[in-house]
Design a protein around this ligand. Structure first.
Ligand code: ADP
Length: 256
């Protein structure tokens, strides 16, 4: 569960807040797209979840943890409970695909035996078992992103956040990555993805939250479409203009 209650954040020197009293509630196992123009506050919201930034005011609770109580020295441990996927993959260049995933598990304190059991399973999930011995620069962009996803789901996080995971990928590869995230969501992981890709948002028909100038201006809970502005207020029905001379007779008042 992801809960923001009136979260406000203004960076020093900025004239307006990056997040302005944002409240949202994402239930376990939801798949949510976060959209908005550049500068709307999407990355800041993601950084609040990873505790790279802290709010000036408001409350954030992630997976039952009140982030106010996560002390600096506990931040790395807290982050390991989340799956985080980046637009530029952030793989270790001198380690193989297998080692990239294994290393993440090693840091999390998993035993060698468990690691040897887990890594092939997650590589199979992302369909890269046959590429295990390759180094990142021997892979395509889509494959590298799949390694990065494998690494972040290996510890079976309850929540996975991805900031523009398909920004550097072509159309076909983008679809592969989104299908993979959907598969992970089907296994029970809550997923929050920021994107500028209108097609993937419209095709998936999931919840879509729109940020604008640091505020949530739209939250389409079901079958959401890519929407950068607030939902327009429905216009009042047009009045029928009456031509002069054709005025309707005044209605008799009905007294009930
Ligand atoms: P988005 O991810 O939607 O493009 P950001 O969260 O990156 O939006 O930015 C929201 C606002 O906060 C913008 O006005 C941006 O200039 C400002 N901002 C983001 N990061 C910083 C920072 N480190 N220092 C100062 N201002 C920042």
């Amino acid at each position: 569960m992801i809960l923001f209650d009136s979260v406000t954040k203004q960076y020093p020197g900025d004239s307006a807040p990056a997040l302005d009293s944002v409240s949202l509630h994402i239930e376990p196992n939801e798949f949510v797209f976060l959209v908005g123009k550049s500068g709307a506050g999407k990355s800041t919201l993601m950084k609040m979840i990873t505790k790279e930034e802290s709010p000036d005011s408001g409350k954030i609770i992630i997976g039952g943890i009140d982030l106010d109580y996560v002390k600096k020295r506990h931040i790395p441990g807290y982050r390991r409970r989340l799956g985080v996927v980046f637009q530029d993959f952030k793989l270790l260049p001198r380690r193989t695909v297998y080692e990239n995933v294994a290393f993440a598990l090693e840091i999390a304190g998993m035993s060698g035996k468990e690691i040897r059991k887990t890594v092939p399973k997650v590589l199979e999930l992302v369909d890269l078992l046959d590429q295990a011995k390759k180094f990142p620069d021997q892979l395509s962009g889509g494959q590298q992103q799949r390694v990065s996803i494998a690494r972040s789901v290996a510890r079976q996080p309850k929540i996975l956040i991805a900031d523009e995971p398909t920004a550097n990928l072509d159309k076909l590869t983008t679809k592969e990555i989104i299908d993979l995230l959907k598969k992970i969501n089907d296994f029970g992981t809550t997923i929050l993805v920021t994107t500028h890709n209108e097609n993937i948002v419209n095709n998936l028909q999931k919840r879509v939250i729109t940020l604008k100038d640091g505020k949530i201006v739209n939250d389409q809970k079901n079958n959401g479409i890519y929407e950068l502005e607030e939902t327009p207020i429905p216009k009042a029905p047009k009045r029928v203009m009456q031509k002069p001379g054709h005025a309707l007779k005044p209605r008799r008042r009905v007294i009930q």
